[in-house]
Design a protein around this ligand. Structure first.
Ligand code: UFG
Length: 326
């Protein structure tokens, strides 16, 4: 298929583009390089440096490329930042998605895949969290994805655009050629690896008094390659399904302290750590029940072991100590 990928120069999008191309699809990457890297774009993909705020541009690219499907990765995605700057999320994330969905409709696109988030589930009644859990966004970021999911629901019902909402838990790990390189970096695993590389003195643990076994937040870390595979399966499944919603994780919870300890094991570095205040917007525990996508689409994550996920990231960061610029 001809797939337009927004954010295809970013951490998760660039790996999905590799998987799409590996599966024989034609890809156009549309990315403003605000967070993404030109070097991360597969050379077999067309690349357009573009901004979703520019309606004319996305309309022109969508129709010229004759897109049949869209994968929408491009978005602001930091829980903590969204609490500081809510309108960047509730405004830009939402209006950019509206521009993209409008361009998709204008060009006759049939399938749309949204990168959604576990931050929809701030107050889960049941853990692991299934798709039937009530939606309580934990931050303006989570709310922006909730609003976009709601928009897609109505656009599906009124205009027939088929869509999949993939709620990622914590994307992690690297492939041998694609890694995590954000400026500034805010994510736990790359920050802990910066300590191991000698680029940072210690890791700050945000909150030690959560209602979890060791008092630090628990997350479900899922490898980017497994996320990418879920996108390929969802793309195929939209041939016969109008709406798909899946929670994507491994089903295992790891605390911040567990992650730090695993990095110590993998790298052999002592990793000094210090507990500080909680970061606003962080739910205590997010662990996915992904049995629905396993059952319905046959999704099988390959990287289920925390040590191998961190090893894959450590390999990439050692080879690219300054990120893509290395
Ligand atoms: N953390 C620290 N110290 C740090 C950085 C992070 O203790 O220096 C903690 C956070 O408080 C959190 C955990 O490590 O408890 C993971 O934090 P990340 O910033 O790596 O990831 P988040 O859980 O905040 O968010 C990520 C994505 C979101 C997505 C969410 C879904 O960035 O887009 O996973 O769970 F919504």
């Amino acid at each position: 298929m001809r797939v337009l990928v927004t954010g295809g120069a970013g951490y998760i999008g660039s790996v999905a583009v590799d998987s799409l191309i590996g599966a024989g699809h034609d890809v156009c990457v549309f990315d403003n390089l605000y967070m993404g890297h030109r070097e991360a774009v597969n050379s077999a993909a067309e690349f357009v440096e573009g901004d979703l705020a520019d309606r004319a541009q996305i309309n022109e690219v969508m129709s010229r490329f004759q897109a049949e499907a869209v994968m929408h990765f491009a978005s602001y995605s930091l829980v903590g930042e969204s609490v500081e700057e809510p309108l960047k999320y509730l405004g830009d994330n939402v209006s950019n998605a509206v521009n993209l969905i409008d361009a998709a409709l204008n060009a006759g696109v049939q399938r749309f895949i949204l990168s959604s988030t576990a931050n929809l589930f701030d107050d889960p009644e049941t853990i692991p969290i299934s798709e039937s859990e009530k939606i309580v966004p934990g931050s303006p970021y989570g709310e922006s994805k909730n609003i976009i999911e709601r928009i897609l629901k109505w656009v599906q019902e009124t205009k027939g655009l088929r869509y999949a909402a993939l709620r990622y838990f914590n994307a992690a790990g690297c492939t041998p050629i694609k890694g995590e390189d954000h400026t500034p970096e805010t994510h736990l695993i790359p920050l802990v690896l910066q300590v191991a590389l000698g680029q940072r003195e210690k890791i700050m643990i945000f909150g030690g008094d959560y209602d979890t076994p060791d008092g630090t937040c628990v997350r479900d870390y899922i490898h980017v390659e497994d996320l990418a595979q879920a996108h390929i399966l969802a793309l195929e499944a939209l041939e016969t399904n109008e709406t798909l919603r899946f929670n994507l994780g491994n089903g295992n919870g790891f605390s911040v302290k567990d992650v730090i300890e695993t990095v110590r094991e993998v790298t052999g570095h002592p990793i000094p750590a210090e507990v500080t205040d909680r970061r606003e917007g962080d739910p205590a525990k997010l662990v996915a029940d992904s049995s629905k996508i396993r059952r319905e689409l046959g999704w099988q994550p390959r990287h289920t072991d925390m040590k191998s996920i961190i090893q894959s990231a450590w390999d990439w960061h050692q080879a690219h100590p300054e990120g893509y610029g290395s």
